[in-house]
Design a protein. Structure first.
Length: 132
C-alpha cells in the first residue's frame, strides 16, 4: 500500500501541476483588492507544502481504497473522481460561506480540477492495489 500511495502521489502532483497551472488557474476569478493577499508571488511558492499536501491526499485515497476494496484502475479512477470532486465542493462552499475571498465560481472550477487530478491518482492507486 505504500507504493500505491507513491503512485497516487506522483499522479496527483504532476497532473495537478498540469491541470491547475495550465488551465484551471486561468479560470479562477479573484477580487483585485484581495489578489495580492491570496496568491503568493511565484518566487515565494512553498513547494514543500504542496508536496506534503499531495502526499497526504494520496495516503487518504489509498486508505479509503483498501477499506472499500478498490482494486482496479477503472474503479479507482471513478472513485477518485467522485471523492475529489465532492471534497472540493464541500471545502470550497465552506470557505465561500465564511470568507470574502471564497466564491462559488472558483469552487466549481476547483471541483473540476480536483475531480480530474483525483481520478488520475485513483486510477494509479487502484491499478497498483489490484495487480497480480
Amino acid at each position: 500500500t505504500l507504493l500505491a500511495a507513491c503512485f497516487a502521489f506522483l499522479g496527483y502532483f504532476f497532473s495537478g501541476w498540469a491541470v491547475y497551472a495550465g488551465f484551471i488557474n486561468h479560470q479562477m476569478i479573484y477580487q483585485d483588492r484581495l489578489k495580492d493577499v491570496i496568491l503568493r508571488p511565484e518566487a515565494e511558492f512553498k513547494i514543500s507544502y504542496m508536496v506534503v499536501s499531495c502526499l497526504v491526499w494520496a495516503i487518504l485515497i489509498v486508505f479509503l481504497f483498501v477499506k472499500m476494496n478498490v482494486k482496479d484502475w477503472q474503479k479507482g479512477a471513478l472513485t477518485g473522481a467522485i471523492f475529489g470532486t465532492l471534497a472540493s465542493i464541500s471545502v470550497g462552499l465552506a470557505v465561500a460561506s465564511q470568507f470574502n475571498h471564497g466564491s462559488v465560481h472558483n469552487t466549481m472550477w476547483d471541483a473540476v480540477g480536483s475531480g480530474i487530478t483525483s481520478s488520475i491518482a485513483g486510477a494509479l492507486a487502484g491499478w497498483w492495489l489490484g495487480r497480480k
